[in-house]
Design a protein around this ligand. Structure first.
Ligand code: ADP
Length: 301
């Protein structure tokens, strides 16, 4: 069983020949709309990979919130504790120029209302879970309360520190598995400008993180550091790199599923790398999240 605490939101993407200047209207954009949010993405991927998943997040009293519940029902994601807040469902506006450069504006809306009392309502699920997965697209105090609740209940905890913010040092004591990418690791380690994964890992250790570190390195795979043993995990070759959005969520979810199943960390990271490779080969987010058979097929070569 996996308990997930994180965000849900809808992305509205518009690609156009150029970004409008102030006061200007540009016609000819191409629009697409899709569900996302790190918590929901990770919950859906974990369920597709075979996990028994329960999600805590919040939506708005609007059509996007209703669609989210339909999505979770179709994907076998438990959502009995998802609350409808007063603000709107989180929305991201993404403007994409021809070169692929994007500009993103996010309105958290109802997500700002996800609070510690929601974590308390979810305490039974956290205690019953083999693993608690938390990400940071929600108020920091709520994410920290969830990790602390996991620690107090004796549930293994995983933090995907995205989007990254500096964490209070005591929070490191509540995290068993930490899955930053390099730019997130730089923020957590307070090491701006550090580009060497080993030195970043050292900086995180020096900053007081004692749990298992799994740093994702994009097309270079991952670095694993646990109990003084450090290793590089090679990437699984993606048949084609189409869109890297969702790779980190697929990776985190896959790692969570295998850890909850009792696999070794090395085995879990290998499985996660294949899940990430699957995601980069597919456009959009939800369609890119792998099923178990996709990952097994990639690992079988
Ligand atoms: P994020 O999206 O959070 O920045 P990464 O880009 O590091 O995360 O990707 C997460 C994981 O997905 C990587 O650790 C790797 O295993 C896999 N991955 C990402 N990009 C590629 C790629 N080009 N080829 C193969 N695997 C990839």
């Amino acid at each position: 069983r996996i308990a997930v605490v994180g965000s849900y939101g809808v992305g509205m993407t518009m690609s156009a020949s150029r970004i409008p200047e102030a006061g200007e209207t540009v016609l000819g954009g191409v629009f697409s709309l899709g569900p996302g949010g790190k918590g929901s993405n990770q919950a859906i991927a974990a369920a597709r990979l075979g996990g028994h998943v329960d999600l805590l997040t919040i939506v708005g009293p609007d059509a996007f919130g209703d669609q989210a519940r339909q999505l979770w029902a179709a994907e076998n994601v438990g959502h009995a504790h998802v609350r409808t807040g007063t603000g709107a469902t989180m929305i991201g506006f993404i403007m994409v120029e021809p070169g692929g450069e994007n500009r993103i504006l996010v309105a958290p809306g109802a997500l700002d209302e996800l609070g510690e009392s929601d974590v308390e309502r979810f305490a039974g699920e956290i205690a019953a879970a083999d693993l608690l997965v938390v990400s940071l697209e929600i108020p920091l105090a709520t994410a920290l309360a969830a990790l602390r609740a996991g620690r107090e209940a004796g549930t293994t905890t995983l933090l995907n520190p995205a989007p990254a913010v500096p964490l209070p040092r005591e929070a490191f004591g509540w995290i068993d598995y930490l899955t930053p990418n390099m730019s997130e690791a730089r923020i957590l380690a307070d090491a701006p400008g550090e580009t060497d994964p080993d030195r970043l890992a050292d900086a995180l250790r020096a900053g007081g993180f004692g749990g298992a570190l799994v740093m994702t390195l994009g097309g270079d795979g991952a670095l694993v550091d646990e109990a003084g043993i450090r290793a590089r995990v090679a990437p699984v070759r993606a048949p084609e790199v189409v869109d890297t959005t969702g790779a980190g969520d697929a990776f985190t979810a896959a790692l969570a599923v295998r850890i909850a199943e009792g696999a070794s960390l090395a085995e879990a990271v290998g499985f996660a790398a294949a899940a990430g490779a699957h995601a980069v080969g597919r456009a959009e987010v939800i369609p890119a999240l792998p099923h178990r058979s996709d990952v097994d097929a990639l690992l079988a070569g």
